[in-house]
Each structure stands twice: as C-alpha cells, then as structure tokens.
Design a protein around this ligand. Structure first.
Ligand code: PLP
Length: 415
C-alpha cells in the first residue's frame, strides 16, 4: 500500500488516489472515471482488497469455534477489527462494538431488540425530516406493532435541523430518538451534540445514524455519548454487507437478542436457552468474516488518512463546486447550511435529474440521481428527485471541473 502519511498537515490527494486501483482504470469508453457518488458507496483501496483476499487464501475458517490454526487466525482477524473500530470511534470498550450487516441492520437491531419491548400505545419516537428510509421504516414497523407514534422534527428551508425545535418535541411519552449525523440526501450536519444533550436531560436514549459521517469527520463516541451509533463498512472504504453498531454497555446488556442461532448462546436445551455475553449475543450465525477482516483494513486506512484533514479537503471541493454551480442560471442547490458536508443535491430547471445522471455518465461522471432513499425530504422540497454529487478523500479539483463542465454541456443541450 502506498504511504498515506497525511498527518503532516499537507493533504496529498494524488497519493490517496494511487491507493484506489479503480480510479485509475479507464471506462469502456476510454474516459477517465469521475467518481462522485460517495454518499452511495465508496471505492476500496488496495489494502482492503488484499485483506479480503488474504482472509480466504490464508485464514478461511469459522470464528470462535474450532481450535485449529486457521480458526484461530480467522478469529484473530475478526476480533482485531473490533479493537480497531473501538479505537477509531473512541468507544468505551471493545465489547460495545457489535458487527452487523450495515447501518440498516444496526437500526433494525436497536428498534427490535431495545426499543420495541419498551413501547406502549401512545409512546413516541422522535425522528427528523432529513432521515434515510433506513432510519424511518424500522421505527414505523415497531410503532405499528405497538401503537406508538412517530414525531418528526421538520427541516428548515436551508436544510437545517434546529436543536431547540427537536427539544420542544420531546415530551413525557418520548421513549426514543433517532437521527442522522449527516443527512445523506443534502449533506446537512445535524446539531447532534445539542440534540443528544436535550434528549439526555429527559432520559431519552438516542441512536445516531453515522452512515454519512464515518468516512468524513472524526467521531468520538465518549464525547458525543449517544446510547447507540451505527455505520456501514462500504461507506468507509470497506466492503458491502458489513458494519457496526456501537452501544453503551448497559443498553446492549438490557436489549434482547435480535436473532437466534449459533455463537449467540451460552447453553441450549429444550427446557430453555441462555445467551452469550455482549457483543456475541447479537452476532448469531457464521458472520461475514472476510468482510469484517477487510473492514479492519479499511478502518486502519481511514485512520491514517486523518479525518480532520479529509474534512478540510472535502470542504474545499464543496466550496469550489458550489461557487461554480451558483453562477449557473437554472441550477438550484437544495441544502445550503454553511457547515454542511461534501454533498451537493441539485435540481435543474426543465431537466429531470435522471437525464442529468445519464448525460454525465456519458462523460464518465458517476453521480446519484433519484430520491436518495429520503422520500419525505424530497416531498418537503417539492421535488421527486435530485442530482447528487458527493465527495470523498480521493476526489480532486479535476473531479469538480469535470462535473461543472458536464453540467454546462447539459444546459447547452437543453437550450
Ligand atoms: N442512513 C444513511 C444516512 C445512509 O446514507 C444510508 C445509505 O445510503 C443508510 C442509512 C443505509 O445504509 P446501508 O444500506 O449500508 O445499510
């Protein structure tokens, strides 16, 4: 792996790009790839590809079960990732880290295992209007089953969520609150510190959906102190199908098992079963061992990048792209809070977002178009779809220039 070495204060984006083989691979058309769909998923550095391959080549066995060499090797790789994640997000303990399939799985786990058994008819769960469907539908499912209500904090015209408004919606029936660290569709950084503090004043436990934050800014869970934090591996340069839930020990201990099966038990008999300790209580069945091993490599890689430097770099790209887009007639950005993350959601007068996506793709530019799994947010802004560009550590000014050139040419085509 190329040396990343960005803790020097100088962020060398070309060095970062060299770690990602796909960025160097010409498209079938021979064009350079401009990959700016990072809110959907991130590309993988060689270290992650090698870790996945290396597990299957040299350590393929199940974890926690056999005493043979390969099983010990697999277990060591699997458990080492737990240590790395705990250190990466400054969790209180490695035992607070539960492996999941990703953000969606983590939210469903918390909803079913911790929140649902504590809900009665008329209780309330507070969400915000900027949430991804993954942080809406699991709560609707348990609300439907129990007669609880969903309370929604509305988004402002600029895409902001107001912490005081959030606080005003917490009442005697509020049993839980869940909200994004960064809104995937429009890039808003939510005032999570103030929101968590307001919730804790009323003894309301909180889940933070960290899917869009984990690769873009440092996360310190002991400082933030949410009861639960979730993220997906594939959004942080790791593989798909794996992620983590980090919970406070007493909350994880109080939650019921999510799924039953191997590894999550202590003893089993037909008279009754006792469960393994946290976090294993929530890891039923053979896990995604290769995915976890590769996620460990992704966390190591991201750690070396220095997320403070990454955030500053992405902010420069955002500023540059935003200034150019604002100069264009007929192009409008949804989500304009000053401290937003590197995500630009756009609508163009008289041009459907899908046409923008298709035409940009013809120039080798990958963006996302559609509702971004945030239909309530789209409805709030009166659109069915937007065109979204989202930056990561490996994007450079050439990517921004390609986007702007592509948008100009679309405007010329549509007159
Ligand atoms: N939450 C947010 C804010 C997201 O951006 C995403 C994915 O785009 C998810 C949840 C769902 O993540 P996953 O599909 O990896 O479970």
């Amino acid at each position: 792996m190329a040396t990343v070495g960005h803790n020097t204060g100088h962020f060398d984006v070309e060095k970062v790009r060299a770690d990602f083989p796909i960025l160097d691979e010409p498209l079938p058309s021979g064009q350079r790839l401009t990959y700016i769909d990072n809110a959907a998923t991130t590309q993988k550095p060689s270290a992650v590809l090698e870790a996945s391959d290396g597990y299957y080549r040299h350590a393929n066995a199940n974890v926690h079960r056999a005493i043979h060499t390969l099983s010990q090797r697999a277990t060591q790789q699997y458990e080492a990732t737990r240590d790395r994640i705990a250190a990466f997000v400054n969790a209180a303990s490695r035992d607070d880290v539960v492996f999941t399939k990703g953000t969606t799985d983590g939210i469903n786990l918390v909803a079913q295992s911790f929140v649902r058994p504590r809900l009665a008819e008329g209780d309330e769960i507070v969400l915000t209007e900027v949430e991804h469907h993954s942080n809406i539908v699991p709560w609707q499912l348990i609300a439907e089953a129990t007669g609880a209500q969903i309370v929604v904090v509305p988004v402002g015209d600029d895409g902001s969520i107001d912490a005081a408004d959030f606080e005003s919606r917490l009442g005697p029936r509020t049993k839980f609150a869940a909200f994004a660290h960064i809104a995937n569709a429009i890039g808003t950084r939510l005032p999570v510190e103030a929101m968590i503090e307001a919730a804790h004043k009323r003894d309301v436990p909180v889940l933070i959906d960290g899917a869009q934050a984990i690769a873009h800014q440092p996360v310190d869970l002991q400082a933030l102190s949410p009861e639960f934090y979730v993220f997906s591996g594939h959004k942080v340069f790791g593989p798909t199908g794996v992620g983590a839930l980090i919970g406070k020990a007493d909350y994880l201990q109080a939650a019921s098992p999510y799924q039953g099966g191997g590894d999550m038990i202590d003893t089993v008999s037909f008279a009754g079963t006792t469960y393994n300790d946290v976090p294993y209580k929530f890891e039923a069945g053979t896990p995604n061992i290769a995915g976890v091993a590769a996620l460990g490599a992704a966390i190591d890689y991201t750690n070396k990048l220095d997320l403070t430097a990454v955030a500053a770099h992405e902010h420069e790209l955002l500023k540059s792209a935003t200034a150019a887009i604002e100069e264009m007639d007929g192009l409008h950005i949804i989500g304009t809070t000053p401290d937003k993350a590197g995500i630009i959601s756009m609508v163009m007068d008289d041009v459907h977002a899908h046409d923008i996506g298709t035409l940009l793709d013809e120039s080798g530019i990958a963006i996302r178009t559609g509702h971004h799994c945030a239909m309530p947010l789209m409805a709030r802004f009166g659109v069915s779809a937007t065109a979204r560009a989202s930056f990561a550590a490996y994007n450079n000014q050439a990517d921004v220039d390609a986007l702007i050139k592509g948008l100009h040419s679309i405007q010329r085509i549509f007159g």
